[in-house]
Design a protein around this ligand. Structure first.
Ligand code: UD1
Ligand code: UDP
Length: 367
């Protein structure tokens, strides 16, 4: 019996890490298939090292490319690995092209697919991630929905309730497993010369924001206004996509301090001690909410509405005026909300449920 864990990008490595650790702890048969969608040291290898994850058995080194080109390359190569390895189940996590390719390759080989973080919807089909989520959900056999809201989204699309398991989000497990390790080991605030509560933290890399010169320069102007009004440093660990687009559009970041992407342990502490986080990242919206740090999301919509409902997050889009307004609102907000993403046991629950799939195969019946 073996399980194939397919991953390829920074957030998948982080959010799959609790599941990988659980398989290691149990000594079960599993292997990691890395598509190579992310490949820079700071977007990939550093997380394996820091989270002490075993090496991938396969790395397809697919790299960057157009949506279809990148997904197509992965699809063909994943299929070949799955034919050779014949795993009893495949796990994918999130909404990237890696997820789409992994889920499609597996389902066509009649291998049961478990989709971790199922049922999220922005209801914005212009996002490549929304297409990936919907497709992965509809071809998967086991949908690990983080919240009741994501379960409802799946039910509203006609997915039967027997396939859906509300488990919480493994982002909580990863955060709980690593925050105190981080606090004992390193002091990124000292390294960056900032004090707790005395800076803004930014991440923005979403295609619809940073590939558009107007939106990217609006975001930078909004950040400049925030830095000036609060006279606080704005620290922006910059995703390589954003760095590339800044260079292409010849944009300057003004007073914003752009730095290389951070390792996970440093980033967690930078989140925890930020006065406020501005982001268009999915995982960062969740982590801000869990850490009780106010968040302003640089988008018009979110597939994480639980964070907004909890009072932890506000949607500000990319207009400099609405960014400023949202920051003012959130800086005043009392940090009393509850984390909607579970108690940090999602990884264990998911592995247990996948184990039942294996058992049903062993007994000669696949559901
Ligand atoms: C991808 C996901 C996105 C996720 C993000 C996590 C899709 C459609 N998008 O976006 O949902 O939020 O990962 O970070 O799957 N690059 C490097 N080094 C790397 C990786 C990328 O330099 O290791 C640069 C390349 O210039 C590349 C660009 O970033 O063209 C975009 O990379 P890509 O994987 O296509 O999309 P992301 O923006 O990373
Ligand atoms: N992250 C990190 N270093 C950084 C920025 C983000 O380790 O400089 C982590 C963050 O803690 C979160 C994940 O990366 O767990 C989010 O990934 P990303 O924003 O790339 O993808 P998304 O969640 O938007 O798909």
């Amino acid at each position: 019996m073996s399980v194939a864990i397919i991953l390829g990008t920074r957030p998948e490595i982080i959010k799959m890490s609790p599941i990988i650790r659980e398989y290691e702890r149990r000594g079960d048969d599993y292997f990691i298939l890395h598509t190579g969608q992310h490949y820079s040291y700071s977007m990939d290898r550093i997380f394996f090292e820091q989270l002490r994850l075993p090496d991938a058995r396969y790395n397809l080194n697919v790299g960057s490319g157009l949506q279809g080109e990148q997904t197509g390359k992965m699809l063909g190569q994943i299929e070949r690995v799955l034919i050779d390895e014949k795993p009893h189940a495949v796990l994918v996590q999130g909404d990237t092209n890696t997820v789409l390719a992994g889920a499609l390759a597996a389902v066509k080989l009649h291998i049961p697919v478990g989709h971790v973080e199922a049922g999220l919807r922005s209801n914005d089909r212009r996002m490549p991630e929304e297409i990936n989520r919907i497709t992965a959900d509809h071809v998967s056999d086991y949908l690990f929905a983080p919240t009741g809201e994501s379960q409802r989204n799946l039910r509203n699309e006609g997915i039967s309730k027997e396939k859906i398991f509300v488990c919480g989000n493994t982002v909580v497990d990863a955060l709980f497993q690593n925050l105190s390790i981080s606090e004992e080991a390193i002091d990124p605030l000292k390294e960056l010369g900032v004090r707790s509560g005395g800076y803004f933290l930014v991440t923005a890399h979403r295609q619809e924001n940073v590939d558009d010169p107007g939106k990217l320069s609006d975001i930078l102007e909004g950040l400049e206004r925030v830095a000036t009004e609060y006279a606080m440093p704005v620290i922006y660990p910059m995703h390589p996509r954003t760095k590339k687009m800044m260079e292409q559009f010849r944009l300057q970041a003004g007073p914003v301090r752009c730095i290389e992407p951070l390792d996970y342990l440093s980033f967690l502490q930078m989140e925890k001690h930020a006065g406020l986080i501005l982001t268009d990242s999915g995982g960062v919206q969740e982590e801000a909410c869990i850490l009780r740090v106010p968040c302003a999301t640089l988008r018009e919509n979110t597939e994480r509405p639980e964070t907004v409902a909890a009072g932890a997050n506000i949607l500000v889009g990319t207009d400099p005026g609405t960014i400023m307004e949202g920051v003012r609102i959130m800086m005043e907000r009392e940090r009393v909300w509850q984390n909607p993403y579970g108690d940090g046991t999602a990884g264990r629950k998911i592995v247990e449920i996948v184990g039942l799939v294996d058992d049903s195969i062993a007994e000669g019946g696949r559901t």
